[in-house]
Design a protein around this ligand. Structure first.
Ligand code: AR6
Length: 176
């Protein structure tokens, strides 16, 4: 039997270019767009995306909601709202884990075989990258152990430094 780490990929580049069933967006609770990866996804998807988002009535931190992908190569966008880092004592770790779990549940419920995540909360929301990486890998690998869908999860890193953190965490997973 193949290990869970065979269903995890680390990619460096722009998530808006990925032809997967669903890309995850690191949004804010309004779901009406912003900077960072959120801005890039809205620019690439076109104005129909914000029009659909307006009908969703926002999203709570730690939760996720699905829209179509419009002009993106991805069929769907799963918008999740990561926690703003406030020092670690405000439930940030559990909320970040919840973002990954809820996004994967929604992906599974829409028959998504392939899903790509950005490094949620590690930009404008200032979550420490090391801790965010171990939460991302830990939560996703737990979900993959319990579910056959999605089949493959790609962590899309914007730079090499982030990709290196993820690769190290995947290697640690493989070595158990
Ligand atoms: N593809 C992949 N990753 C990207 C891209 C891209 N095109 N652009 C940035 N990243 P951030 P957050 C990486 O700030 O911290 C928005 O204004 C980036 O290098 O996009 O969750 C929302 O509306 C970083 O590693 O999201 C919210 O208000 C990661 O994506 C707020 O920012 C996440 O950085 C959310 O902040």
């Amino acid at each position: 039997m193949s290990g869970i780490s065979d269903r995890i990929r680390v990619h460096t580049g722009d998530i808006t270019k990925l032809a997967v069933d669903a890309v995850v967006n690191a949004a804010n609770s309004s779901l009406l767009g912003g900077g960072g990866v959120d801005g890039a996804i809205h620019r690439a998807a076109g104005p129909e995306l914000v029009a659909e988002c307006r009908m969703l009535n926002g999203c709570k931190t730690g939760d996720a909601k699905l829209t179509k992908g419009y002009r993106l190569p991805a069929r769907y966008v799963i918008h999740t709202v990561g926690p703003v880092w406030q020092g670690g004592g405000k439930g940030e770790a559990e909320l970040l884990a919840s973002c990954y779990r809820r996004s994967l549940e929604i992906a599974r419920n829409h028959d998504c075989r392939t899903v790509a995540f950005p490094a949620i909360s590690t930009g404008i929301y200032r979550f420490p990258k090391d801790e965010a990486t171990s939460i991302a890998i830990g939560t996703v690998s737990d979900f993959l152990r319990q579910n056959t869908m999605p089949d493959v999860v790609t962590f899309c890193c914007f730079d090499e430094q982030m990709a290196e953190l993820y690769r190290r965490a995947v290697t640690a997973l493989r070595e158990g």
